[in-house]
Design a protein. Structure first.
Length: 117
């Protein structure tokens, strides 16, 4: 049974930092492409950052230079370090696992990030 559990969200002031984690289980984590998405109220879900099984990364233009995605395969965990947070980063953040070998995609339940003074 595939499970993705996000943690680390919360309330932070503009300019602050947060670190999100996604703990994965039920599949071979090291083989999966992993991503962080976010969805703000009234907006569509958008890709924030992705990391391949080999560690290659990509970022949305809006977060380049501020966010860093990483993974530790030995811990079956993906991370998102978010620095210099802005009001517009406020959203629910979701972990996504792309299991290409079985053509399946899974989502976590989301963790809320609120940037407010």
């Amino acid at each position: 049974q595939v499970q993705l559990v996000e943690s680390g969200g919360g309330l932070v002031q503009p300019g602050g930092s947060l670190s999100l984690s996604c703990a994965a289980s039920g599949f071979r984590f090291s083989m999966a492409a992993m991503s962080w998405y976010r969805q703000a109220p009234g907006k569509e879900r958008e890709l924030v950052a992705g990391i391949t099984s080999r560690g290659s990364t990509n970022y949305a233009d809006s977060v380049k230079g501020r966010f860093t995605i990483s993974r530790v395969n030995a811990k079956n965990t993906m991370y998102l370090q978010m620095n210099s947070l802005k009001h517009e980063d406020t959203a629910a953040y979701y972990c996504n696992a792309d299991l290409t070998w079985i053509k399946a995609t899974y989502w976590g339940q989301g963790t809320q990030v609120t940037v407010s003074s």
